[in-house]
Design a protein around this ligand. Structure first.
Ligand SMILES: Nc1ncnc2c1ncn2[C@@H]1O[C@H](COP(=O)(O)OP(=O)(O)OP(=O)(O)O)[C@@H](O)[C@H]1O
Ligand SMILES: [Mg+2]
Length: 290
């Protein structure tokens, strides 16, 4: 069975996209697993890392995926040639894009279609949005085609994030060790618990952990981390190695950057060593080893 790992927290800028990138590239480049990345965030940050997104002519600042290489205008009369994860909310097929990394494929965002999917009425949201991603990842072709699906979510607890949580086998919550971020963790833990109660024993949603990110060795961060680790029912979920704040996480995102992945740095590079340790620790909990 493919594992479905969701990075989520309703607070913005905590490292959901960075964590999704790190884990997907570690799993594909180092572990040689077949990985599908899904960008469920209308901001489309994750998509832009792997494919050249187009601007949406209908909505300023909205992004749409490029024309897919498999598109044949003469044969595909029902398809406009662009494919995004938003398609699944409209009863359309979603065709992943290859990336420059072997074993790593992407289902990009479509800003406007994702925003519109979130705007359905309360009566329709369960069947039209909440359940659709779960149905999609359970399709036999997807289950056969990938070992790991990683879903990056928007900074909200809205219908798209709920859809991701319903589809998840595993959840990870990245968080800075700062006041508002800690409040965001509580909100996500609540969502996780609500979903856990609804699951059967055979299909749990496992909280892999709370991942402290952008960590600096300053009193503020140390004290928030210590406090979090002591909290009953929460402390045991805090992952032992925080991701330190390092410019390289932002530098690799710049167009044309070299190296373009943390895992192309020298093996002895401190950022690579640190990132590998964290990714190994997380993916050991997610992937079957046999
Ligand atoms: N450990 C880190 N060290 C330095 N910069 C980081 C680190 N983690 C993330 N960043 C940077 O912080 C910014 C926000 O990170 P990221 O985009 O991963 O957060 P996010 O939770 O996905 O944000 P959003 O909620 O807007 O989707 C990015 O510019 C990213 O490069
Ligand atoms: Mg993001």
């Amino acid at each position: 069975m493919a594992k479905i790992l969701v990075c989520a927290t309703n607070k913005g800028g905590e490292g959901k996209t960075t964590t999704s990138i790190n884990l997907a590239e570690y799993a594909s480049l180092i572990l040689k697993k077949r990985v599908l990345l899904i960008d469920l965030d209308p901001q489309a940050n994750l998509s832009g890392r792997y494919i050249a997104m187009d601007y949406d002519p209908a909505y300023k600042s909205g992004k749409i995926p490029p024309i897919h290489a498999d598109y044949d205008a003469e044969q595909d009369e029902q398809w406009d040639g662009r494919s995004s994860i938003a398609n699944i909310f409209y009863g359309e097929e979603a065709v992943p894009y290859p990336t420059s990394i072997e074993h790593l494929e992407l289902l990009p965002a479509h800003s406007q279609k994702l925003l519109e999917a979130e705007a359905v009425t309360k009566n329709e949201v369960l069947e039209k949005v909440h359940m659709q991603l779960k149905y999609f990842v359970e399709l036999p072709d997807l289950q056969k085609g990938y070992d790991l699906v990683i879903i990056d979510t928007p900074p909200s607890k809205g219908p798209l994030t709920i859809a991701a949580i319903k589809a998840a086998t595993h959840l990870i919550i990245p968080a800075q060790m700062e006041q508002f971020s800690i409040e965001g963790i509580y909100g996500m833990l609540q969502l996780w618990k609500q979903e856990s109660y609804k699951r059967s024993k055979a299909t749990p949603i496992t909280l892999v952990g709370i991942l402290p990110n952008k960590y600096r060795d300053i009193n503020l961060h140390r004290e928030f981390l210590e406090e979090l680790c002591m909290m009953p029912g929460i402390g045991s979920y805090v992952l032992p190695n925080p991701i330190k704040v390092r410019a390289v996480y932002s530098e690799i995102l710049v167009e044309g950057a070299r190296p373009k992945s943390i895992f192309e740095l020298k093996k002895s590079h401190i950022a690579r060593e640190e990132c590998e340790t964290i990714c190994r620790e997380i993916l050991n909990k997610v992937l079957d080893h046999g």
